[in-house]
Structure formats: C-alpha cells, structure tokens
Ligand binder design. Structure first.
Ligand SMILES: NC(=O)c1ccc[n+]([C@@H]2O[C@H](COP(=O)([O-])OP(=O)(O)OC[C@H]3O[C@@H](n4cnc5c(N)ncnc54)[C@H](O)[C@@H]3O)[C@@H](O)[C@H]2O)c1
Ligand SMILES: O=C(O)C[C@H](O)C(=O)O
Length: 359
C-alpha cells in the first residue's frame, strides 16, 4: 500500500513537472507569435533595444524576465536606483537572445537609455491598503518627471510606456516634460492600461463560463476607480448579460487594483499580473515598430475622441508608434452615463499633472 502510494506521489510530481514545461512552452509560443509576423531578430529581423526603469522592483523584475523571453528584443537595459547589476546578472543566464545589461543610479541612466526603441517605466512607489492612486502623486510625479527629462535627452525618439501611478497624471506629466524639451510626439507616449483589459477579460470569461483565451473587449477612460470603463457591450464572444451582471463586472474591474492591494495587506500592489500586462503591451509596440499590420491595443494616450485630452481607447500601432486612435464605437446608455461620470475626475488628474511640470 505504502509503495503504491509513493508511486502515485512520484507520478504526480512528474505530471506537475511536465505541466510546468508545457506552461513555459506556451509562454514562449505566445511571446514568439510576434516574431513570425513582426520580424525575428535572430533571423535578420530588426535590432530592438528596450529599457525598463524601475527594473529591480516588484513589477520590474518579472517584466525584465518576460522581456528577456521576447524574441523581439535584442538588447535589454535594466535601470534602477540600486540592485540592477544583480538582477541583470541573474537574467543574463537565461538562454534567449536578448543581451542584458544592468545600470544603477542616476549616473548610469544616460547609458541605459542611449539607443532605446522602447522605454518602459514601472519606477515609483506602490499603494498600501487605504491609499488611492492619487496618494502616490507626491513621490511618483517627481520620479516620472526626472526619468522623462533623461529620455528627452538620451533617446527622444523612443516609444515610452508609463506604468507608474497615478497613470491619469503621470502620462500628462511626461507629455509636458517632452513639450518643454521640444521632443514631444503624441504618437510615442502611452499610459499602460492593459491590466484593466486583462482583468475585464478574465472576469467576463469566468462569469460566463467560457475559455478566456478567446475573449476580447475594450476598456476605455483612464486608470483609476470610476475612470476605468470596460465596454462589455463590445465583448467578443458576445454573451447576454443583465444590467446587474454588467454593473458587478464593471465595479470588479474598477476595483481590481484595490482587490490586490488588500490581499497583499501592505506588501504592495499588483506586480505579476502587471508584468504580464506590461509585456503584452510592450510586445504590441514592438510589433507595430516592426511593421506588423493590425496591431490594436487599448492605451491611455493624447486623444480627441472625447473632450478629455488624455483618454484610453483602442489604438492601432505602427512603425512610428500610434498610427490611429480608434473611436469608442456604439455605447449603451449604461456606458454613456459612466463616461459622463468620469470626465470631471479624469480632467482634474490631467490638469494636476500638467501644472506639476509647469510650476
Ligand atoms: N499601470 C498599472 O496598471 C499599474 C499596475 C501595478 C502597479 N502600478 C504602479 O507601478 C509602480 C511600481 O510598482 P511596484 O510594485 O513595482 O513597486 P516597487 O516598489 O516594488 O518597485 C518600484 C521600483 O522603482 C524603483 N525606483 C524608485 N525611484 C526610481 C527612480 N528615480 N529611477 C528608477 N527606479 C526608481 C525602486 O527602487 C523600485 O525598485 C507603482 O507606482 C504602482 O502603483 C501600475
Ligand atoms: O491598484 C494599484 O495601485 C496598482 C495598479 O494601478 C493596479 O491597477 O493594480
């Protein structure tokens, strides 16, 4: 009996190991889908340098790993105020093509940025329970401002993906810094709202009992509370939903970040799901740069599709960044009301960001 039991445990262990391998193969396959259509650097595709600023942090480390796994990245620069040489050494042993270098401290920021095609910024402090994203403004506004000044100096043509909160203000901060430096190109600046899309897809699939892989739906507005608006009416595959179901899923998506902050109980906010979402969005940007057609993601960008000057909606990515900011499509009465309700808060967050740089 004991022998039979241990044999079963052994089998279970082997099965688990096999599943790990399958998972990693799937991640590789997912990430390399870009290479077949977006140009494989190993096979003569373009060289692409990506920098992660805040690379030793909770998001920065797994995001660095996912970028190291991406077949679209040839050079990976990991910058933080400290700790990056260790992270870079660790990642450099992974047998994928990207050459990894670590840079620590302001004195090395210029070297990290020089030659970059894409800069991803998860630098800054995360929330603790009871805080809003706006409570992070005091510290993160200055961090994003200084990093963007360095981007304007060392890689003014790079695409910039901003993850640091409050995204509703840090993106306008970045825009204003670039304007002052004379390098602003609205097609190259993105607030990363992909985690809202990832969450909405997950919650919708779970609620409707359908496989999440086939689910798509836009999330528009901004990235905080009521400014996050998932458009479940445009979800595919289309499923009937009651207004109550829509309201529950909308609120869960809006509160997704807070759900993680509370579950982590003082140890930070979403890091792993954010790294996944950040890698998805970064890969989409690289595919666009490489000339892949029809690359569409939601992002918080300078926009004229509403009267709110920065707004998240679907954007088509191309060789120069944003090729087209797509419209909102047909909205339901519920969605129109939610859009009206967010305008005041979103405009105020944008104003705060701009004034912070101007003053
Ligand atoms: N956009 C989103 O959907 C989303 C999701 C999750 C978290 N976030 C935000 O991302 C940010 C980072 O979160 P985290 O969990 O990784 O935090 P963290 O504290 O674990 O890591 C942040 C890192 O930034 C570094 N840093 C601080 N100042 C820096 C500077 N001047 N230059 C370079 N690096 C600097 C820190 O040393 C640290 O390693 C937070 O503001 C958080 O709110 C955004
Ligand atoms: O909620 C946070 O503070 C982090 C992030 O913006 C998230 O949505 O998870």
């Amino acid at each position: 009996m004991a022998r039979a039991l241990s044999f079963t445990a052994g089998q279970l262990f082997l099965r688990q190991q096999a599943m790990h391998v399958v998972c990693w193969r799937q991640i590789h396959r997912c990430m390399s889908q870009g290479s077949s259509r977006g140009g494989s650097p190993g096979k003569g595709g373009p060289k692409r340098k990506v920098a992660v600023l805040g690379a030793a942090g909770g998001i920065g480390q797994p995001l660095g790993l996912l970028m190291k796994l991406s077949p679209l990245v040839t050079d990976l620069a990991l910058f933080d105020i400290a700790g990056t040489p260790g992270v870079a050494c660790d990642l450099s042993h992974v047998n994928t093509q990207a050459k990894v270098e670590g840079f620590a401290g302001d004195g090395e920021l210029g070297k990290a940025l020089t030659g970059c095609d894409l800069v991803i910024i998860p630098a800054g402090v995360p929330r603790k329970p009871g805080m809003t994203r706006d409570d992070l403004f005091k510290i993160n506004a200055g961090i994003v401002k200084n990093l963007c000044k360095a981007i304007a100096e060392h890689c003014p043509k790079a695409l910039v993906n901003i993850i640091s909160n409050p995204v509703n203000s840090t993106v306008p901060i970045a825009a204003e810094v670039f304007k002052q430096a004379g390098t602003y190109d609205k097609a190259k600046l993105f607030g990363v709202t992909t985690l809202d899309v990832v969450r909405a897809r997950t919650f919708y699939a779970a609620k409707k009992g359908i496989p999440v892989e086939g689910v798509d739906l836009p999330v528009v507005g901004g990235h905080a509370g009521i400014t996050i608006l998932p458009l479940f009416s445009q979800a595919t595959p289309k499923m009937d939903m009651t207004e109550k179901e829509i309201d529950t899923l909308t609120k869960r998506t809006q509160d997704g970040g807070t759900e993680v902050v509370q579950a982590k109980a003082g140890k930070g906010s979403a890091t792993l799901s954010m790294a996944y979402a950040g890698a998805l969005f970064a890969e989409a940007c690289l595919k666009g740069l490489n000339g892949q057609k029809n690359v569409i993601e939601c992002s918080y960008v300078e926009s004229t599709i509403t009267d709110i000057p920065f707004f998240s909606s679907k954007v088509r990515l191309g060789p120069k960044g944003i090729a087209e900011v797509l419209g909102l499509g047909k909205l339901t009465a519920y969605e129109k009301k939610a859009l009206d309700a967010m305008a005041k808060e979103l405009k105020a967050s944008i104003r705060n960001g701009i004034e912070f740089v101007k003053k």
